[in-house]
Design a protein around this ligand. Structure first.
Ligand code: CP
Length: 306
């Protein structure tokens, strides 16, 4: 069994078997992360470039750490301080880096389709580390691994994504990955946050957070993108918290404890209260650790493809 593509652009079109291969490989690499010497020679001699045109903490550091754990040679690019600020295009930036004999490119960019654009123009393997509101496949995979660690099979498990679904690449990759593994997926938020086509994706739509909580085994709570507030998608942060904020009081009314997830960065007191984010039911930091193992697995499996 191997991955079909030599790039990871999204979870769209990825089979259950491929996703399970990545998750199983990540489980083996997670064992490496728990050793006193957390390093294997798997990608020795392999050169990887991290191209981050947008801010990132978790994704960027976990890719960089995963590369070190696999003994790859790495270079990292931030648009600030690079020739992008002098007008250089994405294509020219990537081709110049590739000319230095880079084998794999990890790219985060504000434009949907940027990872695919590079994959069509470079010889190097391309991994999408988040492209606009399109997909964030490694986040989707690490969320799947975290849920599987807690629940075993995801068949029939009810997972509800809460927040701004329309602008969320995390939501899109989660829906695709969860459905591939047989989970029962819902989304919850104000109507302005739910794309109209979602009712055709076999996704249950909730506009009432209390109803969503009653019907979920796990909540994946998304960051409210405060930078979008000027678009008038929600009246005020305080009102969003009152209507959709995940609070301990709301969770205590549920018939059983829910698994609490958040991809980060968290707006504490907006989409989720601190005592929920830091509670015994929160797996937020497990998600972060699993991010390293998933990225090791993805880079290793892609490196096997010509
Ligand atoms: N989850 C996630 O993508 O976080 P960063 O933006 O910090 O990478």
């Amino acid at each position: 069994m191997e991955l079909k593509s030599r790039h990871l652009l999204g979870l769209e079109g990825m089979s259950k078997d491929e996703i399970e291969l990545i998750l199983e490989t990540a489980v083996s690499f997670k064992e490496v992360l728990n050793r006193p010497v957390k390093k294997v020679p798997t990608l020795q001699g392999f050169t990887i470039c991290n191209l981050f045109f947008e801010a990132s903490t978790r994704t960027r550091f976990s890719f960089e750490l995963a590369q070190k754990r696999l003994s790859a040679d790495t270079i990292s690019f931030s648009s600030a301080g690079s020739s992008t600020s002098k007008g250089e295009t994405l294509k020219d930036t990537a081709r110049n880096i590739e000319a230095m004999k880079v084998d794999m490119v990890v790219v985060r960019h504000a434009s949907a389709g940027s990872a695919q654009f590079l994959s069509e123009r470079l010889q190097a393997h391309v991994i999408n580390a988040g492209d606009g509101a399109h997909e964030h496949p490694t986040q989707g995979l690490l969320d799947l691994l975290t849920l599987k660690e807690k629940l075993g099979s995801l068949e029939g498990v009810r997972v509800i994504l809460v927040g701004d679904i329309t602008h969320s690449r995390v939501a899109r990759s989660n829906v695709l990955g969860l459905q591939a593994l047989g989970a029962d997926v819902g989304v919850c938020g104000p109507p302005t946050f739910i794309p109209p086509h979602f009712d055709r994706l076999n996704v249950k739509i909730y506009h009432d957070i209390d109803e969503a909580i009653q019907n979920a085994d796990a909540l994946n709570i998304l960051r409210i993108q405060l930078e979008r507030q000027t678009l008038g998608l929600f009246p005020t942060v305080r009102e969003y918290h009152e209507k959709f904020g995940v609070t301990r009081a709301r969770l205590e009314r549920a018939s059983k404890p829910l698994i609490i997830m958040h991809p980060g960065p968290i707006n504490r007191g907006v989409e989720v209260d601190s005592d929920v984010a830091d509670s015994e039911h929160s797996v937020i930091l497990d998600q972060v650790l699993n991010g390293v193992a998933i990225r090791m697995a993805v880079m290793y499996l892609l490196s096997l493809k010509n």
